[in-house]
Design a protein around this ligand. Structure first.
Ligand code: ATP
Length: 199
């Protein structure tokens, strides 16, 4: 199975791009969403979270996301511990999902690939790039939050230009370039690459 990754910083347009691929019939795995669900539901992860951050990690049986966020946002070492626990489980879930799909290629969407080491195993990584000013105003509007909150979230992600240099292809989502033609062109390229791989 030919595996494609789609990445980009907060508000770059990953979801809008993957939605176009979905319309084209390509299955998409949202790695960030899967990681959140596993933290809620996977018993081994639950035990691991309690071992790391204490019983307050779950309040009335439900994941206490706010409590954990407060710890990891203040301390990069705690964030690293959380990632070391959650990333392998999320990567394994993505692998199982991909093997079960019947499609020429699959897409895995994640804000962090290079940071988490999960770019390994992907045949090609697409970056979605939008200029910073556009990303800030899109996220303020989408999430109803202040500029400061958006900047705070952005400061926890690696530099966008550097991330794009690590990608094999880049989709430009800057309000002037048209998205659909760029995605269609990539889709045709990916169909050809995946059929070469399976030949
Ligand atoms: P996050 O990492 O925060 O989930 P994302 O990369 O998935 O972000 P999107 O949710 O796709 O980004 O886009 C951010 C917001 O900007 C959304 O409200 C989306 O509808 C809007 N948006 C993205 N691209 C465009 C565009 N080309 N034209 C108009 N609106 C757009």
């Amino acid at each position: 199975m030919y595996k494609v990754g789609i990445t980009g910083g907060i508000g770059s347009g990953k979801s809008i791009v993957t939605n176009i691929f979905r319309v084209l019939g390509i299955p998409v795995f949202d790695a960030d969403k899967a990681a959140r669900r596993l933290m809620e539901e996977d018993p081994a992860l639950r035990e691991g979270l309690i071992a790391l951050f204490g019983p307050e990690s779950f309040a009335e049986g439900k994941l206490n996301r706010k409590y954990i966020s407060n710890i990891v946002f203040k301390d990069p070492f705690e964030l690293e511990k959380l990632n070391a626990l959650v990333h392998p489980a999320a990567i394994a879930a993505g692998e199982r999902w991909a093997e079960a799909q019947d499609a020429p290629y699959t897409i895995k969407e994640a804000a962090l690939f290079f940071e988490s080491g999960s770019a390994a195993g992907l045949d090609l990584v697409i970056g979605v790039y939008s200029p910073r000013t556009i990303r800030i105003s899109r996220v303020m509007k989408r999430d109803g939050i202040s500029r400061e909150e958006v900047l705070d979230r952005m400061s926890r992600q690696i530099d966008e230009e550097m991330k794009m240099r690590l990608c094999d292809r880049v989709i430009l989502n800057n309000d002037t370039e048209l998205l659909i033609p760029q995605v269609l062109q990539l889709h045709h390229e990916l169909l050809a690459l995946s059929s070469d791989q399976s030949a």
